[in-house]
Write a protein that binds this ligand. Structure first.
Ligand SMILES: C[S@@+](CC[C@H](N)C(=O)[O-])C[C@H]1O[C@@H](n2cnc3c(N)ncnc32)[C@H](O)[C@@H]1O
Length: 214
């Protein structure tokens, strides 16, 4: 997903001054593009990957969670920032996550990751807390459910990150009133009004919300 909020020249400049992806992540992006077609657009950007790795290093989680693994770019980025913790990944697709599993093996970090397949509104409930860091990047209509399940398990001071919360800018454009845009607006309102958290939306890629539980 490209940075919709930036003019292309500035986006290029930022990319040129951001530590780039390593060869394994580059290979994963290429394989995702060749084997998943249009769905490859769902993959996070290299800049977001770098951000996730650095943030994971800063938080130093014992328990990290990802909802929406696809072919593994974000999980690899998070897992690479772990010093000793574990990443629990949730997705519905055996086919797409089989690619992720191969790359976790190649990176030598498969032992740090547990993947659970099935609708995450059900599978997430079996997760034990406390969770230190979570990344939500799956079906938008279930964002509120994922948020509430994770909030119940998040430790005070823990972080939830949520992708695609600006929806290419449509959330702030009254000309758009489709179901997904409304769902994301409602989710953004829910978080902004939640007294349990402090939050900010970064205009990175398609919008990345950072939520800290007080
Ligand atoms: C936007 S992609 C995730 C991209 C990924 N974070 C990356 O960086 O490559 C969304 C993923 O959510 C998964 N998904 C969709 N509905 C789901 C559900 N109900 N429960 C769990 N995962 C779901 C899809 O299979 C897909 O892999």
């Amino acid at each position: 997903m490209k940075d919709f909020a930036l003019d292309p020249r500035l986006a290029r400049y930022i990319a040129d001054h951001t530590t780039g992806p390593d060869p394994l992540l580059e290979d994963l992006a290429l394989e995702t593009s060749s084997s998943t077609g249009d769905s490859a657009r769902m993959q996070i950007s290299p800049g977001q990957g770098r951000f996730l790795t650095m943030l994971t290093q800063l938080v130093d989680p014992q328990v990290a969670v990802e909802v929406g693994t696809f072919t593994g770019y974000s999980s690899l980025s998070i897992a690479r920032g772990l010093s000793g913790g574990h990443l629990h990944c949730f997705d519905v697709s055996e086919e797409w996550t089989s690619i992720a599993r191969r790359y976790w093996d190649k990176a030598g970090i498969a032992h740090r990751i547990t993947l659970t397949l099935g609708p995450a509104t059900e599978t997430l409930r079996a997760l034990d807390g406390p969770v230190d860091l979570a990344f939500i990047d799956a079906d938008k209509q279930n964002y509120p459910a994922y948020y509430e399940i994770l909030m119940d398990r998040l430790r005070p001071g823990g972080l939830i990150l949520v992708d695609n919360t600006l929806w290419s800018g449509r959330v702030a454009d009254p000309a758009h009133d489709d179901e997904t845009t409304r769902t994301i607006r409602e989710f953004n309102d829910l978080v902004a009004e939640d007294p349990r958290v402090t939050t900010t939306i970064l205009p990175v890629a398609d919008g990345l919300t950072l939520i800290r539980k007080s």
